[in-house]
Design a protein around this ligand. Structure first.
Ligand code: GAF
Length: 389
């Protein structure tokens, strides 16, 4: 891939003298869903799938973006003198948003740059292809423009800021943080209220982590996501009238139950119920994994799905079928929706000797039911973003 990217770079921009090669992964979340903007814990890991880029500074104030995945769009050109989101920039609004964020945060670029990318994260699958591109851009700008003071956490926060304020999705910090901080064979146990984190090895001798892509993405995902965030915030504000808490993540399940009647309506109550219980499940799941109790980890994954399906209402019929089929297969330790929801992927832990049956049974029934194929990927947990040459 490196050679292909360099060849395209030379074809488009004459030569590649002074250009460098960067990588940024996608992510899958094992448990802790829709907790990151509620001050709770998450437990994601970086994938070996990701976004690769070759980039170099220019002498003028232009920026050129080219994606080998989207040949038909061609080179997108933008200027440092007009950092605004435009429909015509298409995918390049993601890197452009990061350039805009750097400027907002006091790291204006003195010249433009050229950038060619290619990625193997399935698009629209909830595996963080946008966070991957944002952090890739952050790493690249930091390196090319010598912003050595910026840490990986800063770059994750810049990516989130850009997504929230330039691209219109009010996401939390989980995706950008994982992509920036990922570590081979480890998941990240992150407290999103403090950004304190710890790596936890995920070395399953007799099981694999499998992502199943439903290949569906329902419309208005971003607005439905923003609605969930707003409903959680509304629930928090109802509780704050009597409780001194900064986020839903500050409550145990018992405390929540004691005070739930402060929340004004049923929808808000169920959203908060999910956020609080999912946070507790995540803490318990990581402890179970660390104690070698993978069966308990799996049960908590299953409960997470039920809560996301019934209380948070971010699942859909395609994903529910994938999960319920998985639950019925002997050797499946746990299975749940992963990521923002409304389509996308499930994540399952499957005993090695059940993997074949898992793929065959689920694949066939899914195709018979919905008329299109699901895709299956075995997860290799990879490292975070960085420069490769
Ligand atoms: C999306 C968001 F980008 C994350 O911040 C997180 O909220 C996730 O959905 C749900 O857990 O991936």
């Amino acid at each position: 891939m490196k050679e292909k990217l360099y060849d395209k770079f030379k074809e488009l921009f004459g030569d590649a003298d002074g250009a460098h090669f960067y990588f940024s992964p996608g992510r899958v979340n094992l448990i802790g869903e829709h907790t990151d903007y509620n001050g709770g814990h998450v437990f994601p890991c970086a994938l070996t799938l990701g976004t690769y880029g070759v980039a170099r500074k220019r002498a003028d104030r232009l920026m050129h973006f080219y994606s080998l995945n989207l040949d038909q769009i061609g080179v997108v050109e933008a200027s440092l003198d007009d950092l605004t989101n435009k429909a015509v920039y298409d995918w390049a609004n993601y890197p452009l948003g990061v350039v805009w964020t750097f400027a907002e945060k006091g790291y204006s670029l003195d010249t433009g740059f050229d950038m060619v990318i290619w990625g193997d994260i399935p698009g629209g699958a909830g595996l963080s292809s946008s966070a991957s591109l944002e952090v890739l851009t952050g790493i690249m700008l930091t390196d090319l423009f010598g912003f050595t003071k910026l840490s990986l956490t800063d770059l994750a926060l810049f990516g989130q800021y850009s997504e929230n304020n330039f691209n219109g999705c009010n996401c939390g910090i989980m995706d950008q943080f994982t992509v920036a901080m990922g570590k081979k064979d480890n998941a990240i146990f992150l407290d999103t209220s403090t950004l304190n984190y710890e790596y936890a090895p995920v070395l399953l001798d007799d099981a694999k982590i499998i992502i199943t892509n439903s290949k569906v993405k329902h419309s208005l995902v971003s607005s439905a996501y923003n609605d969930r965030r707003q409903e959680s915030t509304d629930a928090l504000e109802d509780l704050q009238k009597e409780l001194s808490i900064a986020s839903l993540g500050d409550l145990t399940v018992e405390e929540f139950e004691e005070h739930a009647d402060l929340i004004r309506d049923d929808v808000r109550t169920r959203r908060a119920q999910h956020a609080v219980s999912e946070n507790q499940r995540t803490i318990e799941a990581v402890a179970a994994l660390q104690n070698g109790n993978i069966e308990k980890f799996g049960k908590l994954m299953n409960q997470s799905h039920i809560s996301l399906r019934d209380d948070y209402e971010v699942s859909c019929k395609e994903i529910d079928l994938l999960v319920s089929l998985a639950w019925d297969i002997p050797g499946v330790i746990g299975s749940r929706i992963t990521g923002g929801g409304f389509g996308g992927c499930t994540v399952s832990i499957v005993k090695n000797d059940a993997v074949e049956t898992f793929i065959e049974t689920i694949g066939n029934t899914y195709k018979e039911t919905f008329g299109h194929e699901a895709e299956f990927y075995t997860v290799d947990i990879g490292a975070g973003a960085g420069r490769l040459d």
